[in-house]
Design a binder for this molecule. Sequence first.
Ligand SMILES: Nc1ncnc2c1ncn2[C@@H]1O[C@H](COP(=O)(O)OP(=O)(O)OP(=O)(O)O)[C@@H](O)[C@H]1O
Ligand SMILES: [Mg+2]
Length: 251
Amino acid sequence: MALLTVSNLEKKFGGVTAIAGLDFQVDPEIIFAIIGPNGAGKTTLFNLLTSIYQPTTGTVTFDGHDLTRLKPFQIAELGVTRTFQNLQIFLNMTVLENVMVGCHLRSRCGIIEAALRLPSVIREEKQVREMAMEALDFCGMSELADRDAASLPYGMLKKLEVARALAAKPRMLLMDEPAAGLNDTETIVMSSLIRDISRSGITVLLVEHNMGLVMDVSDRVLVLNYGELLSQGTPQEVQCDPRVIAAYLGE
Ligand SMILES: Nc1ncnc2c1ncn2[C@@H]1O[C@H](COP(=O)(O)OP(=O)(O)OP(=O)(O)O)[C@@H](O)[C@H]1O
Ligand SMILES: [Mg+2]
């Protein structure tokens, strides 16, 4: 059974239709890529899946829950987390602190308990630290835990963004252009990290312009064009689809 079902999804911004009546399903534990030219609606789709935007019409069902009725933090609690096309890293914090931000939705203590430093708070802080370290370790970054985020090269910041999204222990991870701006070596590292995430049982939705990476790691590919589903299938099927070639080459 599908883990994610998108039905008749539409998002209009005034006169611009960013997502135009989209239907698709994602099976659990696969790498599902969403590609398409600039402005095709990929990031808007992620923003709809995480309730940053409300759809004009349509539904998004994750594991039986209608996500469009939930707040972003409730969607994260259900097990859907994401990375951002524009890095959302706190440069004035350490690497570990940045990842700990990703665990906060699992924390149960309120402000008063925290201010009083109750034993429950200290226990929980230790747990959060451990979860964050686990995520950093998974991304091969545990030795950088105490470094200032600002001191990391761009490629590491992109991985830090992934570590933070993993720290909340998602069942589905949305990655918006994880390889953008990376050099060839960093791209290989990122593609192997994406595979590792998938092997650990997390369903991956991948938005990416690097076609080599997409065709290499994905189980299925959906092509968006002007907010519409242009094509869908295995990487080989999509690559051979004349409509896809035309959309990319502008014919
Ligand atoms: N908040 C917004 N207000 C108005 N228009 C928007 C908004 N967000 C996106 N759009 C428009 O919706 C369309 C889809 O944009 P979106 O950012 O989803 O594209 P994309 O596929 O992610 O592109 P890229 O590959 O360049 O990241 C574009 O025409 C864009 O200008
Ligand atoms: Mg985008």
